[in-house]
Design a protein around this ligand. Structure first.
Ligand SMILES: NC(=O)c1ccc[n+]([C@@H]2O[C@H](COP(=O)([O-])OP(=O)(O)OC[C@H]3O[C@@H](n4cnc5c(N)ncnc54)[C@H](OP(=O)(O)O)[C@@H]3O)[C@@H](O)[C@H]2O)c1
Length: 335
């Protein structure tokens, strides 16, 4: 059922960069355009120091589709009218994170956000009652920002932080994969209370084979290696965890939408979900599906201590039906 990842079929745009030049890493004008975290690129390595990247126009964030597909709003309306959970979302302004937050709000699940720029939360989610959504300022790279007060009362954590795989403006201030996906995760996990009920980490497919093509291309600046180091730290932390490894992300980020519009986002026809284990899937997945998987996994006991890979394809999906998600996660473990 796996999809073939095409890294060579896009021709819309290309640039060359010399990776040996120090200024390359410092100068934001020498960036690869950032379309999303992994900046979907077709890349040719012409020799050991030069990289040519072609950016896919087709990879531009999809518009929100409002056709007949179910909306998050209608999907979740009947679920969980109230909850004793307090979910800390780290990276809640990102593509997956914003959908997680919107969905938690819509489910009446209390949440807390750990963000570098709290203003972004107000822009995305509007003014919210602090009981429903409290925003804390912090950068996961700085252990001093991770004040225990932030974690007080938190029962669950969903971490969706990330940066671009290739140098981009989002690396400004040294916000590189090493700093975010490794050091940031290590700092966050070290700061979390031992009483936590679950930590969900959004990682990536390919992390166990970053030395193999095509993953080695994605890993040119270490993103997969550092994500794996982050995963390993989570696994050895003693905290109850679930790791979700998405394929290439589609749908969003909807960073120019407000909460109501965000809640109308749909995965269009691609609502069927593939869940596996073992880093075998190659394909893409809607951010809506990843966000839903994170939220569903919080309540499924047997997902604790497990790592799942996830893709989505055309067809009917589980929506927000807990029973169908349970079956999907269970089937992945049996395969
Ligand atoms: N794009 C893909 O195809 C792909 C494929 C597989 C896996 N993934 C992974 O899936 C996850 C979600 O991806 P996405 O595209 O939805 O993410 P995204 O839009 O890139 O969002 C990343 C989030 O991390 C936050 N962040 C970055 N650096 C931070 C720091 N130092 N301290 C605190 N927060 C920080 C960002 O906040 P700011 O607003 O402060 O920057 C943002 O909220 C990421 O881990 C990504 O690497 C992506």
């Amino acid at each position: 059922m796996a999809f073939k990842l095409s890294l060579t079929s896009f021709h819309n745009f290309s640039i060359s960069i010399d990776c040996t030049q120090k200024k390359f890493l410092k100068n934001p004008n020498l960036i690869l355009p950032s379309l999303n975290t992994f900046g979907f690129c077709s890349i040719k390595v012409s020799n050991s120091s030069k990289v040519t990247a072609s950016i896919a126009r087709g990879a531009l964030p999809h518009a929100v589709k409002e056709e007949k597909a179910q909306t998050i709003q209608t999907q979740v309306a009947e679920i969980n009218p109230s909850s004793s959970k307090l979910v800390l979302v780290v990276g809640g302004t990102g593509g997956v994170g914003q959908l997680v937050v919107a969905s938690l709000l819509n489910r009446n699940i209390k949440s807390r956000l750990l963000l570098r720029d709290p203003q972004k939360a107000e822009f995305l989610f509007g003014k919210q009652d602090e009981n429903a959504l409290k925003v804390c300022k912090g950068d996961t790279r700085n252990p001093d920002d991770l004040n225990p007060v932030i974690f007080e009362g938190v029962t669950h954590v969903i971490c969706c932080t990330g940066t671009t795989a290739f140098p981009s403006k989002r690396w400004d201030g040294d916000n590189t994969p090493e700093r975010v996906d490794w050091e940031g995760i290590r700092n966050l996990v070290s700061a979390l209370p031992a009483t936590l009920t679950r930590l969900i980490l959004v990682s990536s497919v390919g992390v166990t084979k970053y030395n193999e093509l095509p993953w080695s291309i994605m890993n040119l600046f270490g993103v997969l290696k550092f994500k794996k180091m982050g995963e390993d730290f989570v696994r050895s932390s003693g905290l109850p965890f679930t790791i979700i490894r998405p394929g290439r992300l589609t749908d969003g980020p909807y960073t120019s939408y407000d909460l109501n519009t965000l809640l109308k986002a749909t995965a269009g026809q691609r609502r069927a979900v593939l869940v596996g284990q073992g880093d075998k899937l190659v394909g893409e997945v809607s951010r809506l599906v990843v966000a839903e998987a994170c939220i569903q996994a919080l309540d499924i006991d047997f997902t604790q201590g497990q790592i799942y890979e996830i893709n989505s394809i055309e067809g009917e999906g589980p929506g927000s039906d807990p029973k169908r998600w349970k079956e999907l996660f269970k089937a992945a473990q049996i395969q």
